[in-house]
Design a protein around this ligand. Structure first.
Ligand code: GLV
Ligand code: GLV
Length: 355
């Protein structure tokens, strides 16, 4: 191959590799037995001749790496992630390196995990599982692991982009919840969906669901029973949920985070969980991954999973393929691709796209 493309991690599927090879690239995959590569590790991988890199959200793509990539003749970098808070896009611009991410292919998978955590928290699934395995079950009791009924409650969404909107639809349609959301942009299609579903329920003699666009984030925190966070992480959303905002939430609310850890002040969250045993959280992301703040792991009212929201086979293969297409597109002189619709054609037939 004429072009050298480096992937800092082995990625799922083979389609992404084949695509690159068919298009005159030679692919080098780092197989170093180390979960997170340092800047130095990646500089060594880039070497002095590299056309493009596919990297991971755990890597610090700043001045040092874009400078090294540009010196090696590189033109393109793609994060294998939709979030790119680990990428200094200004630095990339300074060195003339195009940056891509992988939106679209992970929307439903990520929303499904947020829904899973919401329901698991409402029904205390992890606590109940531990109880069972711990040999503590002595027979049915009227008050054993009583949780929350979601039907008729209000689901709150902070950040109603692709993922937040998909999550909202799942909770509204699946559990007949009312919706309140906060976003700088109006989620028109989501609003229309809830209106139409409400009319459908009404026509069937059921209580219709409703929606409301909040004028502040606090309005969502105050009114919602289940709140899921879907903002982009940047300076404006760092510690968006802190001591003060936790205090306005209902004592029995459920908070879910599948976005980025620093959106929540995790120390304040641990204090809040201790003071409010009926308050529950489902967390996929943490402030200092891979670590949890002291005390969090001991809280029965917290469900914690290791950043797996996009972890379905279809999505991870799609992310890898999209990341490869981003780099390839730039090398071949096209603008950075990041078009999810172009990916489906390249995926395995035995791993069909969702309907
Ligand atoms: C995963 O966290 C992503 O941003 O894709
Ligand atoms: C990310 O894909 C989003 O817009 O929610």
């Amino acid at each position: 191959g004429k072009y050298r493309v480096v992937s800092t991690k082995p990625m799922p599927g083979t389609r992404w590799i084949n695509l690159l090879i068919q298009q005159d690239c030679r692919v080098e995959i780092c197989t170093q037995n180390k979960t997170i590569l340092s800047v130095e590790d990646i500089i060594a991988l880039i070497g002095d001749n590299c056309d493009g890199v596919i990297g991971q959200l755990t890597e610090d793509w700043g001045d040092a790496l874009f400078s090294a990539l540009s010196k090696a003749g590189g033109k393109a970098f793609s994060n294998m992630a939709v979030g790119y808070n680990n990428v200094d896009v200004n630095a990339a611009n300074r060195y003339g390196v195009a940056v891509g991410n992988t939106p679209g292919v992970l929307t439903e998978t990520t929303a499904e995990l947020a829904a899973t955590l919401s329901v698991a928290a409402a029904r205390r699934i992890v606590e109940a599982d531990e109880f069972m395995r711990g040999g503590l079950y002595e027979g049915w009791l009227p008050h054993l692991f009583v949780g929350n009924l979601l039907k008729g409650q209000t689901v709150g969404v902070i950040g109603a982009g692709r993922i937040g909107s998909a999550y909202a639809r799942m909770m509204v349609e699946g559990f007949k919840m009312n919706l309140i959301y906060y976003d700088l942009y109006q989620a028109t299609r989501l609003e229309k969906f809830v209106t139409a579903y409400g009319q459908f329920l009404k026509a069937n003699g059921e209580q219709p669901v409703t929606w409301k666009r909040a004028s502040s984030m606090d309005e969502v925190l105050r009114e919602a029973d289940v709140i899921s966070l879907h903002p982009v992480l940047d300076k404006t959303t760092y510690h968006l949920v802190n001591k003060e905002s936790l205090a306005v939430m209902k004592k029995e609310a459920i908070l879910v985070n599948c976005s980025r850890g620093p959106v929540i002040d995790e120390v304040a969250l641990v204090e809040h969980l201790k003071a409010n045993p009926m308050f529950r959280v489902g967390l996929d992301v943490f402030e200092d991954e891979p670590y949890m703040k002291p005390g969090l792991a001991d809280m029965k009212n917290a469900i914690v999973v290791p950043h797996i929201a996009s972890a379905s086979k279809w999505t991870r293969e799609g992310m890898a393929t999209l990341a490869a297409l981003n780099v390839l597109g730039k090398i071949k002189g096209y603008p950075i691709w990041s078009n999810p619709n172009s990916v489906e054609a390249f995926l395995d037939e035995n791993s069909p796209p969702p309907a």
